[in-house]
Design a binder for this molecule. Sequence first.
Ligand code: GLY
Length: 371
Amino acid sequence: MRIIEVPLGERSYPIYIGHEIWSELSTVLQQRLTPGKALLISDEHVFPLYGAKTAAALKKAGFTVTSAVVPVGESSKSVAQAESLYTKAIKAGLNRTDPVVALGGGVVGDLAGFIAATYLRGVPFVQIPTSLLAQVDSSVGGKVAVNHQLGKNLIGTFYQPRLVWIDLSVLNTLPQHEFLAGAAEVVKYGAILSKPLFQTLENRWDDLLKKDLEVLSEVIASCCTLKAQIVKQDEKEKGIRALLNFGHTLGHALETATDYTYYLHGEAVLAGMVLAVHLAVAAELIDFKTAGRLLALFKRVGLKKAPPGLTVEQVFTAMQQDKKRLVDKTVFILPVEIGSGQSFTSLTHPLITEVVRKYLQQAEALLHMTT
Ligand code: GLY
């Protein structure tokens, strides 16, 4: 088992990564929490698969477990769903030392974290991510939120977990399209933060897709290490952490403009990254060769087309409501070379309109560089 520390002073916490490590979970829970009650939050796909194992580990560690199972999908990240989870927590009698445990992907992690951060002004939080996306990104670093109809993650805070427990074996039950959506976030780390990771992904892509344990473990550990380093420097996203939003400005806009029902988060981020590469080329920040190399890897993840009927105006409206806007400026993270990116606020409306229009009309054409 690998252990990666997220170094945040007294709020530091470990990320445990291993294969078939369920039997060790109760010991770790005992070490890091005070036994009592626990609220286990999961979704309708994941709970039947791993709910019993998690509850058993909690019980062995001395917890009385109340389970809450929410519907699958982004629509569960709502204020209404949060309210019903508060009711569960109150009825179960959870007190300030009792943990909320998230068992699931990014939706469950963000929602459960939001409950943990706000119930009784904050109770201990445990992340057990079961999707690739949650394992490499959303379970680490403390971003927790629910959505508003007008924008994704508009209601939330930063709240760090006590531990993150990543068992690679759970990826065997993850549907392939969800695995690929998670792979989009993996590619994001390579493209914007780490040339060595990008090269590993270029060289070992097929093995990653086959869930080769050595590659999976190396790649997930690399992403978590990169994220831990960034979060250590900039926990509240005042600077460098914004790099992790590569692909998210237009990605979030696509998710919001389609009511969170068409794209998985990683699929929208992939589309956002493809568009960001074209913005970077148009703004003369990267050369064609570098752009082509980025796009070649993005193509292997697979670009989802926009749904019929989606308009540039709808995407713009959603983008302008995004909280990543700084006062009246939209922030884009753009690649400047492989493994490196920067934040830009000076892109013009016509430039953005042009790439969004191309994506809506002929997405696949964006996966190649044409002179
Ligand atoms: N998902 C981006 C971040 O955690 O900052």
